[in-house]
Design a protein around this ligand. Structure first.
Ligand code: ADP
Ligand code: ADP
Length: 243
């Protein structure tokens, strides 16, 4: 199982900004964790260190058997690709290939498990297509499979992005402000999808949220950040004005 551990992790950006300062915490496999805090608190930085999108400056992070560390000990090449195959990512802006179909977008999640020639020829195996369809079923959007991604609403596009991540069969899903550009009802649909995926598939979910009420409602545990340090860590119900 892919437990996540931060050991005295700091992130300093090249321009001198501080992303995180001395963060130590652990997230057991299977948890649904909300990262909360004001804008600039370090939420996005924390989430993005877990798959190596943001390099750390000191300390280390372990994700299952992988270790992310600074400088010359940085994870790269094959090992980084393998980590990213286990750790899927969902962004605020969905990041779909908008001019192609929904199913093609979801199949991109299979690239982690597919030889390059096969994807270049779009010669997907039957199993890949089946997995992609199952992923679309799980986010209840299978009827849109052959529509162009750009024709979908924001909430639908985010669910396609979640399906794409599911198709890669990850152990962890990182979601960086996944509902920040959605209206409240749609935000609930997307959060419920993430919650169901966590509960039914046992995939760890680490999600960055701007709104405390959403975080409280859908997450087992909240981690509150302020100025790059952890100021709260506990069940949602107990998170208050401390963050
Ligand atoms: P949040 O997600 O809570 O809004 P961020 O992790 O985006 O917080 O930002 C934490 C701090 O790091 C802020 O001071 C922000 O300006 C800075 N920061 C974030 N990304 C970068 C970057 N790419 N380069 C420089 N500074 C950054
Ligand atoms: P989002 O909410 O979509 O992540 P942000 O405005 O937080 O958008 O950040 C957009 C990009 O700018 C990110 O890649 C982030 O790392 C970077 N960024 C954020 N703050 C800074 C900063 N102070 N200096 C340089 N880059 C930054």
């Amino acid at each position: 199982a892919a437990d996540i551990r931060f050991n005295n992790v700091s992130v300093r950006y090249p321009n001198g900004f501080t992303g995180l300062t001395d963060v130590t915490l652990s997230i057991p496999a299977g948890q649904m964790v909300g990262i909360i805090g004001l804008s600039g608190a370090g939420k996005s930085t924390l989430v993005r260190t877990i798959n190596g999108l943001v390099p750390i400056s000191s300390g280390d992070i372990t994700v299952g058997d992988y270790t992310l560390a600074p400088g010359r000990r940085q994870l790269r090449g094959r090992a980084l690709r393998d980590l990213r195959s286990d750790v899927g990512m969902v962004f605020q802006s969905f990041n779909l290939a908008k001019r192609t179909t929904v199913i093609n977008n979801v199949l991109m999640g299979r690239l982690h498990h597919t030889p390059a020639w096969r994807s270049l020829l779009a010669a997907w195996e039957k199993d890949d297509v089946e997995l992609a369809m199952q992923a679309l079923e799980r986010v209840e959007i299978v009827s849109k499979a052959y529509e162009k991604a750009s024709s979908l609403s924001g909430g639908q596009q985010q669910r396609v992005a979640i399906a794409r991540t599911l198709a890669q069969q990850p152990k962890v899903i990182l979601a960086d402000e996944p509902v920040a550009s959605l209206d409240p009802p749609t935000s609930h649909v997307v959060m419920r999808d993430l919650q169901r995926i966590n509960a039914e598939l046992g995939i760890t979910v680490v999600v960055n949220l701007h709104f405390l009420d959403l975080a409280r409602r859908y997450c087992d545990r909240l981690i509150g950040l302020r100025s790059g340090t952890v100021v709260f860590d506990g069940p949602g119900a107990e998170a208050d004005e401390k963050v």
